[in-house]
Design a protein around this ligand. Structure first.
Ligand SMILES: [Zn+2]
Length: 301
C-alpha cells in the first residue's frame, strides 16, 4: 500500500439535509443501474474520495467513485471524510454537501478530538439525528491520541445513545511504524468495557498483528472488523497472505456477523479486496454477510 496511511495523513482524512441519504431499501428501489441481486446487496463500507487536484473537482471524484462501484457490481458505499478541514479527500461538511443527493453513498462522521471539541460534537449529533451519518470514525495513529483519551468520551456516549458504531483506525502506517502504539486493541477493549452498549468497528485489524488483535477482542460481541486495506500488497507482504486468509475465514464464521467488506479505495484497490473475500473458504451465507448483510445490519442502512 504505497499510499495508504501516507495519503490519509497527508490529505488528512469531513448537508445540506439528509434528503439524499436513504436506506438500503431505498437504494434497492431507486436503482436503475445498481442491480439488486435477489435482495443481496454488496456494500463497500470503507471508502474515501479520490483526492482532488488541479485536474479533478470533488464532483468529478464522486462521479469516479460511482462509476467504479458500478463497474464492480457494488450497490452502495460508505464514504469516510478526512478529519482535517480542507482535506483533498474531502472534510465532513464538504462530503455532506457532495453526497446529499446520492442515495447509494452513505457517510461517516469524523473528528479530530485535538482540535474539534464541543461544537463539532454538536454538529455530529445534528447529522446523526438527520441520519446524514451512519457512524463516526476516529484516527488514533494518524492523530497522536489513543482511543482511551478522555476527550473522546462524549463521542462514544453520542454513538452509544444513538446506536451508531464508532469506527477506529488501527494498525501500522507505512513510513511511521510507531503509529500503531496509539491504536493497540487493548485500548479498544477498555473503551468497550466503559461503554457497554457501544458497537465498535476495528478497521484494518491492527495489521500486521492481526491475530493478536482478534484474540484480544473476539470475546466482545459488540466489536466488529472491517477488512479494509488488508488486500493491499504492502499489508500482505508484512502480514502474510496465508495467515490473513486463515484469520479472516475464522472471523467470518465466529460468529458470522462481524466481518465487513471495505476496500479503502481510493487509497487501495477495490478489486483486490473483492478478490480477497472471494478467496475465503466460507459458505455463501457468510460471504453474503461479509459483502453487505453485516454492514446493513450494523450501520442500519
Ligand atoms: Zn481508510
Amino acid at each position: 500500500m504505497p499510499k495508504y496511511g501516507h495519503v490519509e495523513r497527508q490529505y488528512g482524512h469531513g448537508m445540506t439535509d439528509l434528503i439524499g441519504f436513504g436506506s438500503a431499501e431505498r437504494v434497492r428501489n431507486s436503482t436503475n443501474f445498481y442491480k439488486a441481486k435477489d435482495n443481496l446487496m454488496i456494500i463497500d463500507a470503507h471508502v474515501h474520495l479520490a483526492a482532488v487536484n488541479k485536474d479533478r473537482t470533488f464532483a468529478q471524484s464522486r462521479s469516479l467513485l460511482l462509476a467504479d462501484l458500478q463497474q464492480h457490481g457494488i450497490d452502495a458505499a460508505i464514504v469516510i471524510p478526512d478529519n482535517i478541514p480542507g482535506s483533498a479527500i474531502g472534510d465532513l461538511p464538504t462530503c455532506v454537501d457532495l453526497l446529499a443527493d446520492t442515495p447509494n453513498l452513505f457517510l461517516m462522521g469524523t473528528i479530530d478530538i485535538q482540535t474539534q471539541g464541543r461544537d463539532w460534537i454538536a454538529y455530529l449529533k445534528h447529522l446523526i439525528l438527520r441520519r446524514t451519518i451512519v457512524a463516526i470514525k476516529i484516527f488514533p495513529g494518524h492523530d497522536p491520541i489513543t482511543p482511551t483519551d478522555p476527550r473522546l468520551d462524549p463521542v462514544y456516549r453520542l454513538c452509544q445513545t444513538h446506536a451508531i458504531p464508532i469506527v477506529i483506525h488501527t494498525g501500522a502506517n507505512p513510513g511511521d511504524p510507531h503509529a500503531a502504539r496509539y491504536n493497540d486493541p487493548k485500548y479498544i477493549l477498555t473503551v468497550a468495557e466503559a461503554f457497554p452498549d457501544l458497537n465498535i468497528v476495528i478497521a484494518h485489524l491492527f495489521w500486521p498483528k492481526i491475530d493478536y488483535c482478534y484474540e484480544l477482542t473476539r470475546a466482545c460481541p459488540r466489536i466488529y472488523y472491517d477488512l479494509s486495506a488488508l488486500a493491499d500488497p504492502e499489508v500482505i507482504a508484512v502480514t502474510g497472505r496465508d495467515r490473513l486468509l486463515s484469520l479472516l475465514t475464522r472471523i467470518a464464521t465466529d460468529p458470522p456477523n462481524r466481518l465487513i467488506f471495505g476496500s479503502d479505495a481510493a487509497m487501495c484497490s477495490r478489486e483486490a479486496h473483492l478478490r480477497l473475500v472471494d478467496e475465503l473458504e466460507v459458505g455463501e451465507e457468510a460471504r453474503e454477510g461479509i459483502l453487505g448483510g453485516n454492514a446493513i445490519e450494523l450501520y442500519r442502512i
